[in-house]
Write a protein that binds this ligand. Structure first.
Ligand SMILES: Nc1nc2c(ncn2[C@@H]2O[C@H](COP(=O)(O)OP(=O)(O)OP(=O)(O)O)[C@@H](O)[C@H]2O)c(=O)[nH]1
Ligand SMILES: [Mg+2]
Length: 207
């Protein structure tokens, strides 16, 4: 059912705890704020660079604070400007980066399949998201470095089960090979479109 009051006033929807409609930007595209989170060195920046520029580097330059890029995509005909906020995983930036959680529409919560602690820490990241992010944000759990199968210490099944427990989507990706990178971002954006655009407009209005 289309809730006219909610569609007209995001504030009312937020007060009701229902999903809020996405904002439309000046250039006629919906604005989608996506946050990359997860332990340092699990590959957040690499995933963004693979998705945005189709490049990869083996060099590790830890993100300082928060980096930003945006990328225009069309999801089921809807123009969407994905604002990619790439946060630093290092502990010392935690209070800074968690300030960004409150305005997120979606999270890519990453771990490294060859690093057990990065997977164990997903619980803590999820707790931070639940505490600080809007209840209508969508989340994808992302096991990165899937190319490192010889060094794998987290099985795909474990990631899948944890994602199911949280009721979020799950992908294994490789920023190195590009495997599943676009599929993961597109899937998150598609869910956000369904929940935050189609739910208000009835969907099907895009070419
Ligand atoms: N083999 C492999 N290496 C990867 C992959 N993704 C990232 N790396 C490497 O892992 C290291 C860390 O990658 P980053 O993307 O900088 O990690 P990050 O999560 O942004 O780290 P912080 O900015 O400190 O939070 C780099 O040396 C990358 O080359 C991948 O899919 N496969
Ligand atoms: Mg980084």
């Amino acid at each position: 059912m289309v809730n006219v009051a909610n569609a007209a006033d995001p504030g009312i929807a937020a007060a009701n705890n229902g999903p809020r409609p996405l904002q439309m930007g000046a250039k006629g595209a919906y604005i989608v704020r996506l946050l990359m989170v997860g332990d340092s060195a699990c590959g957040k920046t690499s995933l963004v660079l693979r998705f945005d520029q189709n490049v990869f580097s083996t060099k590790f330059v830890a993100t300082i604070g928060v980096d930003y890029r945006d990328k225009m995509v069309k999801i089921e005909g809807a123009p969407m400007r994905l604002q990619l906020w790439d946060t630093a995983g290092q502990e010392r930036f935690r209070s800074l980066t968690s300030n960004f959680f409150g305005r997120a529409d979606g999270f890519v919560l990453c771990y490294d399949i060859s690093n057990r602690p990065s997977f164990d820490h997903v619980i803590g990241w999820m707790r931070d998201i639940k505490t600080r992010a809007p209840p209508d944000c969508d989340i994808v759990l992302c096991g990165n470095k899937a190319d490192l199968d010889n060094d794998r210490v987290v099985q795909a099944e474990e990631g899948k089960m944890l994602a199911e427990e949280y009721g979020v989507q799950f992908f294994e990706t490789s920023a190195l090979t590009g495997h599943n990178v676009e599929a993961m971002f597109t899937s998150l954006a598609t869910t956000i479109k369904h929940n935050r655009i189609d739910a208000f407009d009835g969907g099907g209005k895009f070419d």
